[in-house]
Design a protein around this ligand. Structure first.
Ligand SMILES: [Ca+2]
Ligand SMILES: [Ca+2]
Length: 251
């Protein structure tokens, strides 16, 4: 697909509303045209007329989904936070909300997981490196789309970039937005209010705001295919008094 036909490419996004897209449309009009164009591609795809590669990929995804449980490896320890992380493929499109539920269902060392909350470049890079071993990253035709992270925009936030928060409630401080993001440049009538790894030109640990639920009328390539889970470490057991430890040492 040509770059200019993808919604996020049109007119440089909402950050520069004075510009028109390469198609000569105002950005809002271009967005509507682009999302409609993607739907038409999906319709053709379902008839088997075009995008055979995409169709094969969809079949493969479906097969994997039937065969496989969610792939999750032993979570990896990151000394910078003292937490553990896992990157989990959904073997197909998953909404941010479903990913959040799935993350919280994971248990490691007695701790429930959550969608990762990123507080530093080092943590972001660690999570990104982990994600490269998954089959989550894919090319939409214009963008490289990685896993969901635990960032979201609170209801009623000022668009396009206000009110970002982490699922953990920790402060929103470090960010690594791709240039021009967050732009709230979703399909007509839908806000982009959930966070994922997303990049242009090459796979990179930059961020994008994206819609929570991708309407199945769009090709799966436009969705997000997995998520990053973070686990706190168990509370350190209280060892008791020094006298208790002394007794234990001599037992
Ligand atoms: Ca938004
Ligand atoms: Ca966006």
């Amino acid at each position: 697909m040509r770059l200019a036909e993808h919604p996020h490419a049109a007119g440089g996004g909402h950050g520069k509303p004075e510009k028109t897209s390469s198609a000569g449309l105002a950005p809002a009009a271009a967005d509507a045209a682009c999302w409609a164009h993607m739907k038409s591609l999906k319709d053709l795809d379902s008839k088997g007329d075009i995008m055979r590669t995409s169709g094969m990929a969809s079949a493969l995804i479906a097969a994997l989904f039937v065969v496989g449980d969610a792939t999750w490896a032993t979570p990896e320890f990151f000394p910078g936070t003292g937490h553990y992380y896992d990157v989990i493929s959904a073997h197909g499109v998953i909404s941010w909300s479903d990913a959040e539920v799935a993350a919280e269902a994971q248990i490691w060392q007695g701790q429930h997981g959550y969608l990762a909350a990123i507080a530093s470049a080092a943590e972001n890079d660690f999570v990104f490196d982990l994600s490269l071993d998954s089959d989550i990253w894919h090319f939409s035709g214009s963008w490289y789309q990685g896993p969901w992270l635990g960032g979201f925009q609170e209801d009623g936030s000022e668009e396009p970039a206000g009110g970002w928060a982490w699922v953990t409630g920790e402060p929103w401080s470090y960010t690594n937005w791709m240039e021009g993001q967050s732009d709230n440049n979703g399909p007509p009538g839908e806000d982009e209010n959930r966070l994922c790894l997303w990049s242009q030109g090459m796979i990179a640990p930059t961020w994008n705001d994206f819609i929570d639920v991708l309407d199945p009328m769009y090709p799966p390539e436009y969705g997000i295919w997995g998520y990053v889970v973070e686990f706190d470490v168990p509370p350190v057991p209280v060892k008791g008094s020094s006298w208790g430890r002394l007794k234990a040492d001599f037992r």
